[in-house]
Design a protein around this ligand. Structure first.
Ligand code: S3P
Length: 448
């Protein structure tokens, strides 16, 4: 039995009480929520954000922006108002910025402060303190920022921004929207044109939102298919009204659960379907999942639709590694779908999963194995022999180790719904980083 090393872990067993039925809305998109707070905090005037994700990660971003001078308040109706300091107006924070579990907050804010003459200390939890920051330190050092880190380029780290930032041209060595965004955000307070060359497209929320706030940003495709993103520095950003669509990465858990739990028939409303995010739903359809899009429309400059999901017989597939960046956070829950499918599912090209909130390849291999699935780990993925629709055994008296990783916890909760004896998750607390109402919604749809 594996147990959590965390002193106040909150273990829970997940077992389906019945099929998932009805209509739900998942909270706002995490990536868009972070960016709306950051750009609102740099704009002139008052930005209103409707549908902000009130998860711990986004609240870490809000606390940091407040510590650097922005005014950020929640209204009685649930909207958030952000009064910005203007590009270049960030102030020296009085203390360390606590990033909690959030890699997105850390890497994007490291970008923002790189071109401000202030010194910031970033600290985080045990999971975040293991994650590599060298990938943003390399380009931000070229901009002119200086760093002192814990050995291995990890948190805690001290960053001293520069008052003479250099506009760089940076080719991303790894497909990462966080690195791309860090460079672009550093470019905001840098005179001249900052360029990011992105050989493999990643989520483009930063580009969309920078434009929405009035920055001059262009995207061209070169002869090799790479995206060339150019941002003209030192714009005046104008406050916006932002409506945040539902997070496809959160919807993913309910979509997979509804596919797997017999008799389920569920509508998940208002799901963001930005093509750089939504590949999971295409892959599940290729596996035989019945997922119907209803009323495709635009919300806040992003495509959204309601997803109607019915319990389905899935079959294993070989997942094209080209789709990895557009479903990078969804592999843990895809592994669960594969564990119940008929035949073999092969995934590859998932090296980046090893440096998320946990090593998601090895964490999911161990967790699914404990729940009774047949799983083999490779250097860059998992190979899973599905049960052909038969429920997993469950974990018996043991608990799966989630390693402070919200997506492992929620994926294994879904596995529990598709098991005979239930799956015990060693610690559900990390779920609050991205999806605080996850367990509440599970009970609302009748699953638990
Ligand atoms: C994110 C980018 C992705 C993703 C993370 C959010 C973002 O990380 O895994 O959950 O908002 O930019 P990488 O850029 O490291 O792939």
């Amino acid at each position: 039995m594996s147990t959590s090393s965390a002193p106040h872990a909150l273990a829970r067993r997940f077992l389906a009480k019945g099929p998932l039925t009805g209509r739900i809305r998942v909270p706002g998109d995490k990536s868009i929520s972070h960016r709306s707070i950051m750009l609102g905090a740099l704009a002139v005037g008052e930005t209103r954000v409707t549908g902000l994700l009130e998860g711990e990660d986004v609240l870490s971003t809000a606390a940091a922006m407040r510590a650097m001078g922005a005014t950020i308040e929640r209204q009685g109706n649930g909207d958030w108002l952000v009064s910005g300091v203007g590009v270049g107006g960030l102030l020296q924070p009085a203390g360390a910025l606590d990033m909690g579990n959030s890699g997105t907050s850390t890497r994007l804010l490291m970008g923002l402060v790189a071109s401000h003459p202030i010194t910031t200390c970033f600290v985080g939890d045990a999971s975040l303190s293991k994650r590599p920051m060298g990938r943003v330190i390399t380009p931000l050092s070229q901009v002119g920022a200086a760093f002192t880190t814990y050995p291995g380029g990890r948190l805690p780290l001290l960053e001293t921004g520069t008052d003479t930032p250099v506009p760089i041209s940076y080719r991303l060595p790894v497909a990462s929207a966080q690195v791309k965004s860090a460079v672009l955000l550093a470019g905001l307070n840098t005179p001249g044109v900052t360029t990011v060359i992105e050989p493999v497209p990643t989520r483009d929320h930063s580009e969309r939102m920078l434009r929405g706030f009035g920055a001059a940003l262009t995207v061209d495709i070169d002869e090799d298919g790479a995206r060339i993103i150019r941002l003209v520095g030192q714009p005046e950003l104008k406050a916006q009204d932002i409506v945040v669509p539902g997070d496809p990465s959160s919807a993913a858990f309910f979509v997979v659960a509804a596919l797997l739990v017999p008799g389920s028939d569920l509508v998940v409303e208002n799901v963001g379907l930005n093509p750089t995010r939504a590949a999971l739903f295409d892959v599940l359809r290729l596996m035989g999942g019945q997922i119907e899009e209803i009323d495709r429309r635009e919300v806040g400059g992003e495509p959204v639709a309601d997803l109607h999901v019915r319990a389905s017989t899935l079959h294993g597939i070989e997942v094209d590694p080209a789709v990895v960046p557009s479903m990078v956070d969804e592999f843990p829950v895809l592994f669960v779908a594969a564990a119940l499918a008929e035949g073999r599912t092969v995934t590859s090209g998932l090296e980046e999963l090893r440096v998320k909130e946990s090593d998601r390849i090895s964490a999911m291999r161990a967790a699914l194995h404990l729940a009774g699935a047949r799983v083999e780990e490779t250097a860059d993925g998992l190979i899973i022999e599905g049960t052909g629709g038969k429920l997993l055994n469950g974990t018996g008296n043991a608990a799966v180790a989630t390693h402070l990783d919200h997506r492992i916890a929620m994926s294994m909760a879904v596995a529990g719904l598709a098991s005979q004896t239930g799956v015990t998750v060693d610690d559900t607390r990390p779920i609050a980083t991205s999806f605080p109402v996850f367990e509440h919604l599970l009970s609302e749809v009748g699953a638990v």
